[in-house]
Design a protein around this ligand. Structure first.
Ligand code: CTP
Length: 400
């Protein structure tokens, strides 16, 4: 999840920063607000604390971290200052750091977006314009103010850009490094376990490594990630983990979470059959060789293909041991998926329980690609590159 520091200065437009904060949080961005003393004359820190991802900070001193400006500056993927006053622009251009916001701006290498707001006379003053030129020359992004009603009933240039435009601009800037910002990706992982009795199950050799790698990489690309997994593999903090065991539990979790997802990636090895009547007590040896009757499970991927919304992407994995392309292409068509990632699970260096994979990617438009031998993280990056392309870049959602 991308981290954004939202700097708020003292101006009447400070109340609009509350809306910027909400829109960014809604787009799946981790927002850390920093308020100047002036900002707090107009709007309370508590308002931001209630809406943001962490409590608002207001001071260089006395907070939870001993050196908050370096912490904020180093961990930010982007800093946005809205509204940015003439005073803030002047201090930033001159390299003055006399409060938490200006110190954070000097302590970061992340992209910075400033959204000025002030009276027309101040906005047009050569000192302000020269400071902005200096900042632009240094690579700072500036979202110019709009014409409109200003404090005190005046009308003119200087009104803070609309919060929806500010949020969109933040997403656009983040998209360079975090192309899945604002997107929700559901990933499944691991092999399901189908109970025979309270002790025994029918399972398979899937380790969950591929699905967990997909979840980690999707998170790094900026997505909000839900990982529905049977596996006990490590996964990055920030991924929402839903632990399941059986095909039915996985089906229920996937269907509940996928309706609002932008992409669903079924990397799990779901059992095709389960014991029809699992025993509710341990089957005893003395009772003789049991006969276990199986029944089919629901095909989750096929259900996703049928329920797919326009624009939503469904990705399947095909585990094959022979005639890889042919079998995978048949599954792609039958289950109505957009991308099938097929791998030969009988190869020693691909498939289950190993750290590497070699795959054939088949897309619904008929195109295909074959990868080298890759680590599962690398294959995850390849699959997610296809997801990024399919979804067409970052979400325009915050302005809707
Ligand atoms: N899959 C699913 N639900 C099932 C079985 C499979 O969602 N009950 C999904 C898997 O997660 C995978 C894809 O379908 O993304 C293909 O799984 P695979 O086992 O290769 O194919 P099957 O359709 O089960 O066919 P077969 O076992 O005959 O190869």
């Amino acid at each position: 999840m991308p981290r954004v520091v939202l700097g708020v200065c003292g101006g009447i437009a400070a109340y609009k920063a509350v809306e910027v904060c909400r829109r960014l949080v809604d787009a799946g961005i981790h927002v850390a607000p920093v308020l100047t003393d002036g900002a707090q004359e107009f709007v309370g820190a508590l308002t931001f604390s209630a809406l943001a991802s962490e409590p608002a900070r207001t001071s260089l001193f006395g907070g939870p971290e001993p050196i908050p400006h370096t912490y904020l500056g180093q961990t930010a993927d982007l800093i946005v200052v809205a509204p940015a006053t003439a005073k803030l622009l002047g201090k930033y251009a001159a390299g003055i750091s006399d409060d938490l916001l200006t110190a954070t701006l000097l302590a970061t290498r992340a992209p910075v977006l400033v959204c000025p707001a002030m009276h027309t006379e101040m906005w047009e003053h050569p000192a302000v314009q020269e400071n902005l030129s200096t900042l632009r020359r240094r690579g700072v992004h500036v979202l110019d103010p709009e014409e409109g009603r200003l404090a005190g009933g005046d009308v003119g240039a200087g009104r803070l850009a609309d919060p929806a435009r500010i949020a969109d601009e933040v997403l656009r800037l983040l998209a360079g490094v975090h192309p899945l910002t604002g997107r929700t990706i559901v990933v499944t992982a691991g092999g399901t376990r189908e109970a025979v009795d309270p002790v025994r199950y029918v399972g398979n050799r899937s380790s969950g490594k591929m699905g967990h790698a997909l979840a980690n990489v999707a998170l790094r690309l900026g997505a909000r990630v839900v990982l529905i997994t049977t596996a006990n593999q490590p996964v990055a903090a920030g991924v929402e983990v839903v632990a399941v065991e059986s095909a039915q539990e996985m089906h229920d979790a996937v269907m509940a979470r996928s309706a609002s997802a932008d992409a669903v990636i079924m990397a799990a090895a779901v059992a095709d059959f389960r014991p029809k009547a699992p025993s509710d007590h341990k089957i005893k040896k003395a009772d003789g060789v049991p006969e276990i009757v199986l029944e089919p499970t629901t095909d989750i991927l096929a259900a996703l293909g049928r329920a797919k919304r326009p624009g939503q992407m469904v990705v399947g994995f095909a585990a094959e041991t022979e005639r890889l392309r042919e079998h995978a292409a048949a599954k792609l068509a039958a289950k109505r998926v957009d991308l099938m990632v097929a791998n030969d699970v009988s190869a020693a260096d691909a498939g289950f329980e190993v750290d590497t994979n070699r795959a054939v990617l088949l897309a619904a438009d008929g195109s295909s690609a074959e990868t080298q031998l890759l680590t599962k993280e690398e294959l995850a990056a390849v699959v997610l590159a296809h997801v990024v392309t399919y979804l067409g870049g970052p979400l325009g959602g915050p302005s809707t």
